[in-house]
Design a protein around this ligand. Structure first.
Ligand SMILES: [Zn+2]
Length: 458
């Protein structure tokens, strides 16, 4: 791949001191960053590609710590319906009628949206086919931590999903041994636990043992909805986090998603056990709950950001989620100083990498780290004029300000053009497959307005 020198930028390194370079550049060689800021011209090889940035911003690629790539085709399947209808009549029929090829196309479609919103690394909490997701992630050029949707108990599950604990663990080990650390290390496999409703205590304990053994993470929805809180208090007399502590499952390799319904004691446990947190503001607003992010930040918990799935928040755009993260807590806390923009940038970059156990590899622009970066052009009516450059990235930026994205030294997008995937072909195929899944699953969405079908004149 050789050398690429991005010069004359405004560089947010997101290193330990959050150093910003107003001018200067980033020098990439193969898959690594070899210099940041004041780059010595003598370190440039004669065939280095030089890119003039003219003051555009360079940031580490964003990290989306919770995105259901296998739900992308189900976008819009559950708008404005109650939780039980959403789960039993829409999501479960939809997901259980997906094929391996559907999972592949769904993941490709997600990857397009991730790349366009500046994401270079993501974590998928549990799809139907790790094989399909791994194939798509490899082709996309992105980094992904993939997990299977794992359920060994629960009422009303589709027949196809009624699996035993042993079957669920066995399939995950097969996937892990086949796909973990493939595609130059970009594709990794984690263990999944869907929710406490659908996972037995024994499965949680065995999963923790296996994750420790393989040195990988566990991705789990935790304390997501009030229904979950009611369920765990009825059954165990405590909340989900406290229950997982009692089982010995809390630890640095647990990525707990949502974490809305927590007691003060459970927040202390998260801090003490270094549990990683993924905050998904849009999805949390839909299931009606505000995670206590201001308190978490005060406690020194390094929260990360996720988009959830297209059936629960519709937009897999982390730029939107960054904006919402900065806004919603100001509203319910009646305090415009909480969750400041600079913390949101940390959440979307280096704290995201930390949540995925990869902070030594990426999440900041530093010599020796992987070349995962994005170029942002603020020039345009929605972002100009820029007075506070750091805040503008959270409060005014839209994903179309992200012009270029590089992962592992490879350009995935340049000047808004996707270089790694055939965008039109994926959009067409995704549309076709979605209609077929709706049909197989027997899902019919009611018309919201009267529709009159009119034949075209020619
Ligand atoms: Zn989720």
């Amino acid at each position: 791949m050789g050398q690429i020198y991005l010069k004359n930028g405004f560089i947010l390194s997101m290193d330990a001191n959050d150093t910003v370079y107003d001018g200067g550049g980033v020098l990439v060689e193969d898959d690594r960053i070899i210099a940041v800021g004041n780059v010595d011209p003598a370190s440039l090889k004669s065939d280095a590609e030089i890119i003039e940035l003219d003051g555009k911003y360079i940031l580490p690629g964003f990290v989306n710590t919770h995105v259901h790539t296998s739900q992308q085709l189900s976008r819009g399947v559950g708008d404005d319906v109650d939780f039980i209808t959403w789960l039993h009549k829409r999501m479960w029929p939809f997901e259980s009628n997906m094929t391996e090829e559907d999972s592949y196309i769904s993941t490709l479609l997600t990857c397009l949206e991730l790349i366009r919103s500046g994401v270079t690394s993501f974590a998928e909490p549990g799809g139907q086919y790790v094989s399909g997701m791994a194939r798509a992630t490899k082709e996309s050029g992105l980094r992904g931590k993939l997990a299977k949707s794992v359920m060994d108990c629960g009422e009303g599950l589709p027949k196809k999903w009624q699996l035993t604990l042993e079957q669920e663990l066995e399939q995950q080990i097969i996937d892990l041994e086949k796909y973990h650390n493939t595609a130059d290390g970009r594709v990794q496999v984690w263990f999944g636990l869907r929710t406490i409703f659908n996972n037995t205590d024994e499965l949680c304990i065995r999963t923790k043992e296996l994750a420790d053994h393989y040195g990988v993470g566990i991705h789990m929805h935790v304390a997501e909805a009030k229904e979950e809180k009611d369920y765990t208090y009825d059954r165990f007399g405590v909340g989900t986090v406290k229950h997982l502590e009692n089982l010995g499952v809390l630890g640095g390799n647990l990525l707990a998603v949502h974490t809305v319904w927590l007691t003060d004691e459970e927040l202390e446990l998260i801090k003490k056990r270094d549990v990683k947190i993924s905050h998904n503001p849009a999805s949390a607003m839909r299931v009606l709950g505000f995670a206590r992010v201001p308190k978490m930040l005060d406690m020194g918990i390094k929260v990360s950001i996720g988009t959830d799935g297209a059936s629960s928040s519709n937009r897999m755009d982390i730029v939107d989620e960054m904006w919402l993260t900065s806004l919603i807590h100001k509203g319910w806390r009646l305090d415009p100083t909480v969750v400041p923009a600079h913390d949101v940038l940390r959440m979307a970059t280096k704290w995201g990498a930390r949540a995925l156990l990869d902070d030594k590899l990426y999440g900041s622009l530093e010599k020796g780290k992987k070349a995962d970066l994005i170029v942002i052009d603020p020039y345009g009516p929605s972002m100009m004029p820029v007075n506070d450059k750091i805040a503008a990235l959270v409060t005014a930026m839209h994903s179309n300000n992200i012009k270029s994205a590089m992962c592992n030294g490879q350009w995935l997008m340049r000047d808004r053009k996707i270089l790694v995937l055939d965008e039109d072909a994926i959009l067409r195929e995704a549309n076709k497959r979605t209609k077929a899944i709706y049909k197989r699953a027997g899902i019919e969405l009611p018309d919201r307005f009267p529709v009159i079908k009119v034949a075209d004149n020619d």
